[in-house]
Design a protein around this ligand. Structure first.
Ligand code: SF4
Length: 732
């Protein structure tokens, strides 16, 4: 037996037939946890229950070990393609969330002024009746589109469905405009497809990996990190471009300590060398791309010598790394990154990354970018959603023509009164995202909330945003609830089940239940045509010949691998205007933007100031986990990385505390100083997500970088908020 599922069970997993559904729904408690769940028991009285993780968005398969109704351990599911038997350090600490003593325990309604964080306890009926009443009022007085949903995480699936059924299209996740949106737009403009999540990066087969400001190893996306380790031990070359000597840089063959905000220049210089020295994939470029001649002309002015003066990277290092890419093509992966909202020209930087990959012929090729497997698992038919009353609310103040998804920052802007708007947002439902930390300019977010007629927050913990709510809904954690099926697109397509491994603690409820209960009160039952969640899941699984009882036992069903690369038989097809890979973007040209990326200078830090960079710690997912007592045994605070020479100038001592002050005079809480040679002298670095101020959270250690992000540069193409444009100095 390994991690609770033996080999025979996995053979059975692979051999599911097309047997129909037909589960009896007896024994369900009101939240969908079956009293007779088909769970694996071991001789020791420990039950091993498969589910999938939610400590970050990667959704790794988990085996939860449960004894006497308490989770005693979480392990990686050996048959799940995103975990391969291992969890990352955060995932192992998931019990810390469920058993966090700070958890929200019952529904609350605001008792004093908004933002004072004073509430009275109410019943679920009281809370839901109140929300439904306000939703009807806002729809009748203004429009359903004036009711916005901000969401993060898989639990939001049914809440999103409810809000769409109610008639609102004002639905956004900060993970787009504040994180990976520019990447998706940049790749879509180039290849006609997005990178997707989990990323379609074939790290395990690559012969050369180039990380540009991407901190694999600190960014603990489980499968990527596993593949990264395998690739390095298989001899793959590694280039790391970063102003900070990250964990990944410690493994690099070439580390390029680039001056912040100059990455586009480096990418263009690499293209210059690769084209000039005929190192590109000629056949691939001839066959699949358009705009090569324009690109050749464009990159002529980005010689390594010139780019050295911009980036600080010596010409011989630019040439050496470019030549190695040319030698290793097409199994070269210029990693697209994930959190890419840095300087406001991020779509263009992502375009430059995509173009370089195209020159090397890596899109659709082994060791580059694969084509993920497809699987259709239809949802039950429901009536069509009502049509929007008017154009997207997030774009009414300023339009971004290639913003494919709704901008969370745009919704925040649309909450302020403005003469040109067709709808000032009147209410927010905030599910699982602490907007005060996840949107830039926290002061602006707090001001926006004061304009609202109504604010609902659903969360597990009493985050800062909870203190602003009119109604608080205590969410069940991912270990206590069902969610919708995860239909995964990776090397193999798969279907995974999230199921409760224990009953919800306190008076908490799963989001599917909240959505269905609200639907009842809003006369939207037809959008939830099922009696309970197990019935919904079983019916959905039946469409691909599976039964819920099988998934409850096995956790995941992996379907056969489909072709991954052009060489496997994938027919190259590019959903761009031209039907080819666009080195020159016709769409950008048509909208008046640079059709090929151009390097533009960004502001320098004022004298005595340093660019503020931020990132992740391997055991935390930003502020979502920084109160987790299990993970805090490893890292319970952040520190500010300061170059040794700078520290000497300011008489800063390693391990001492310092207050940071930004260009607008905003000061941080005291934060521990890390004096190091491993960062350039023109920037400082912090892990994001610490420095909580919410009064009912235990861990308030460290400093909150979000407080210092009082400025951002907006990406003119898709509205992303480039946040690495703030500068800080030291208060001594
Ligand atoms: S990468 Fe880690 S935190 Fe994220 S889902 Fe996987 S195990 Fe959980």
């Amino acid at each position: 037996m390994t991690n609770g599922i033996n080999r025979r069970q996995f053979i059975r997993l692979a051999g599911f037939g097309a047997a129909g559904a037909g589960l009896a729904y007896s024994g369900l408690n009101p939240w969908g946890l079956s009293a007779h769940a088909d769970l694996t028991h071991t001789g020791s009285g420990v039950r091993e229950i498969p589910t999938f993780c939610e400590l970050c968005f990667w959704k790794c398969g988990v085996i939860a070990k449960v004894k006497d109704g308490r989770i005693i351990k979480l392990e990686g599911h050996p048959g799940h393609p995103l975990s391969n038997g291992r969890l990352c350090p955060r995932g192992n600490g998931g019990t810390g969330l469920t058993y966090d003593k700070d958890r929200l325990r019952q529904p609350l309604i605001r008792a004093k002024k908004r933002g004072e964080d004073v509430f009275r306890e109410v019943t679920w009926d009281d809370a839901l009746d109140h929300i439904a009443e306000k939703m009807i009022y806002i729809r009748d007085e203004w429009s359903a589109d004036c009711f916005a949903l901000f969401n993060h995480g898989y639990g939001a699936t049914f809440i999103k469905h409810l809000i769409k059924a109610y008639g609102s299209h004002s639905i956004a996740a900060p993970s787009y405009a504040q994180c990976r949106g520019p990447r998706e737009v940049g790749f879509d403009l180039t290849f006609g497809e997005e990178v997707l999540s989990p990323e379609r990066t074939d790290i395990v087969n690559t012969r050369m990996l180039v990380l540009i400001g991407s901190h694999l190893g600190e960014n603990m996306h489980n499968t990527q990190v596993q593949e990264f380790a395998d690739a390095i031990s298989n001899g793959a070359k590694l280039v790391v471009v970063d102003p900070r000597h990250s964990v990944a840089a410690g493994k690099a063959d070439w580390y390029l300590p680039i001056k912040p905000a100059t990455d586009i220049a480096l990418l263009l210089a690499w293209m210059n060398v690769i084209i000039n020295e005929d190192l590109y994939d000629k056949e691939y470029v001839d066959k699949y791309t358009v705009g090569f001649e324009q690109l050749v002309q464009h990159v002529k002015s980005y010689s390594p010598e010139k780019v050295w003066t911009i980036t600080g990277i010596k010409p011989e290092l630019i040439r050496r790394t470019a030549r190695e890419m040319g030698h290793q093509k097409p199994a070269v992966l210029i990693h697209p990154g994930r959190h890419v909202t840095w300087y406001g020209d991020d779509t263009q930087r992502s375009r430059a990354i995509a173009i370089l990959n195209a020159l090397l012929g890596s899109w659709g090729r082994k060791g580059g970018f694969f084509y993920p497997g497809e699987l259709d698992v239809p949802k039950p038919e429901t009536p069509p959603y009502p049509k929007p009353s008017f154009d997207r609310v997030d774009l009414q103040i300023k339009n971004y023509p290639l913003a494919y998804n709704t901008l969370a920052s745009g919704l925040c802007d649309a909450t302020f009164p403005a003469p040109q708007t067709n709808c000032q947002l009147k209410a927010w439902f905030v599910y699982g995202t602490n907007l005060v930390h996840s949107l830039p300019k926290p002061q602006q977010t707090m001001e926006a909330m004061q304009h609202l007629k109504f604010l609902v927050v659903s969360d597990v913990l009493p985050m800062e945003i909870v203190g602003w709510a009119d109604v608080v809904l205590p969410d069940a954690t991912y270990l206590e609830r069902y969610d919708d099926l995860h239909v995964g697109r990776f090397r193999e397509p798969f279907v995974a089940l999230r199921q409760p491994v224990i009953e919800p603690m306190y008076d908490t409820r799963p989001p599917w239940w909240v959505a269905k209960e609200l639907a009842k009160r809003l006369n939207l039952d037809s959008y939830f045509p099922w009696d309970n969640i197990e019935q919904y899941l079983d019916n959905r699984l039946a469409t691909v010949g599976l039964k819920l009882s099988d998934l409850k036992r096995d956790g995941v069903k992996v379907f056969p691998r489909q072709p991954l690369y052009f060489e496997d038989g994938i027919q190259p097809e590019f959903f761009t205007n031209s039907g080819k890979i666009e080195l020159y973007s016709s769409s950008l040209a048509a909208h008046g933007y640079d059709p090929i990326p151009v390097y533009t200078e960004h502001g320098e830090p004022p004298q005595g100031y340093y660019r503020l960079l931020f990132g992740r710690a391997p055991v935390h997912t930003f502020g979502r986990t920084t109160n987790n007592p299990v993970l805090n045994r490893v890292i319970d605070s952040n520190e500010v990385w300061v170059n040794r020479r700078v520290a000497e100038e300011w008489s800063l001592e390693n391990g001492g505390d310092v207050i940071l002050k930004n260009q607008d005079g905003v000061e941080s809480s005291p934060v521990r100083i890390k004096v190091t040679e491993r960062i350039r002298s023109d920037c400082v670095y912090m892990v994001h997500g610490f420095g909580h101020k919410a009064k009912r959270l235990t861990n308030k250690k460290g400093a909150n970088d979000s407080d210092l992000i009082t400025r951002y540069n907006t990406d003119p193409i898709m509205g992303g908020t480039g946040m690495n444009v703030n500068f800080v100095t030291f208060v001594t």
